[in-house]
Design a protein around this ligand. Structure first.
Ligand code: FAQ
Length: 315
């Protein structure tokens, strides 16, 4: 039988990608493609799981039963997203236990946005509106990602994120149309979350290490700056509609471009947060570490039960 060399395999792989043919778990793929996907998907999974913490913090303090039920459902959805994503990473050979341990040791990244505190009820609105809004902008193109299990997981995730975005915008709208104190609370929340939401899209294209290769492999379909610009363009009119002000003195409609110009992101702050020095980084990782520790008796009991059952079956 004719042996196929690695260059030939890589060439055929890229041809499949160029023809928009999905890559599935048992297909041949370059090691670097597998590694990039495991990195991105596991970071994405961690973001969903850590992302439950800032909102989970407000479930007991939701202002009425309806708001509590909606917030509870939203936070549970995020847990589900994390689980689909850990499963998608497993289809590439990642070990779930090791992946989670990497989060707990501080080795693995997760989205910078979840290292900012949620100080008021208005933050529940702003997170849905801006954070889920940014997540959708980034994730809709991922539904066309070249790797099948990731792309398929994104379809359901995006549908749920869309509901999250609407519930957030509804909270913000209510507050912005409420008493002067409520409107001030919504504005203060927007002031604190606007710039961190823009940072969610990652470093500028000039500084993005992975974008060029990930776009060639059609893991990413748009660059970080393209998606950030699209997010600004859809979000500014929404703020105007509810009478809130985007905290950026350089924000200006550019007629020629047909989009908004906006101010410079504080990249020092971004890299500080990404490297573990944000306001809540330590607290977030500690909360996840403790959750694993507190649940160890359940896993031990389940394993002991499974072992006993297997023993009985064998005897
Ligand atoms: N935070 O070369 P690039 C959500 C890292 S889900 C932290 O541009 P890439 C749902 C990046 O990993 C939100 N780190 O990287 C929800 C890389 O480091 P590495 C999460 C960041 O991968 C809502 C380095 O910087 N979404 O919110 C960030 O091509 C509400 C260089 O960057 C996803 O994960 C950041 N913001 O592009 C839950 C979507 N940005 O790995 C609860 C999938 C960059 O070399 C409540 N991921 N880095 O050590 C992606 O689309 C991409 O991975 C990007 C980054 C766009 C995030």
């Amino acid at each position: 039988m004719k042996e196929i060399n690695i260059e030939e395999l890589e060439k055929r792989f890229q041809e499949k990608i160029d023809a928009d043919i999905r890559i599935e778990p048992k297909d041949w793929m370059p090691d670097a493609y597998r590694k990039t996907l495991i990195r991105q998907i596991s970071q994405h999974a961690h973001s969903e799981i850590v992302g439950m913490l800032p909102e989970g913090n407000w479930i007991t303090r939701a202002p009425n039963l309806r708001r509590k039920a909606v917030l509870l459902a939203k936070v549970q959805d995020e847990a589900g997203h994390g689980l689909y994503l850990y499963s998608a990473a497993e289809t590439l050979g990642a070990d779930r236990e090791e992946t989670i341990d990497d989060l707990h040791s501080g080795k693995a990244k997760y989205s910078s946005i979840f290292n900012y505190p949620t100080l008021t009820w208005a933050d529940m609105g702003t997170i849905g509106w801006l954070v889920d809004g940014a997540a959708i902008m980034n994730q809709v193109p991922l539904c066309r990602c070249s790797y099948g299990p990731y792309a398929r997981a994104m379809v359901r995730v995006c549908k749920e994120e869309s509901f999250h975005q609407r519930q957030g915008f509804e909270i913000v709208t209510k507050l912005a149309q409420g008493t002067p104190e409520q409107k001030a609370m919504a504005q203060d929340s927007l002031n604190r979350f606007w710039w961190p939401a823009l940072m969610m899209f990652g470093p500028s294209d000039a500084d993005s290490q992975h974008s060029e290769q990930s776009m060639k492999w059609k893991i990413k379909r748009n660059s970080n700056d393209e998606l950030r610009q699209m997010f600004v363009d859809v979000t500014v009119p929404q703020a105007e509609l509810v009478g809130l002000t985007i905290p950026d003195p350089d924000l200006k409609w550019n007629e020629e471009k047909g989009s908004y110009d906006f101010g410079e992101i504080n990249w020092d702050e971004f890299w500080q947060v990404v490297s573990g020095n944000g306001i809540c980084n330590k607290e977030r990782v500690e909360a996840r570490r403790k959750a694993k520790e507190n649940g160890s008796w359940v896993r031990e009991a389940a394993n002991a039960y499974a072992a006993k059952k297997a023993q009985r079956k064998a005897s």
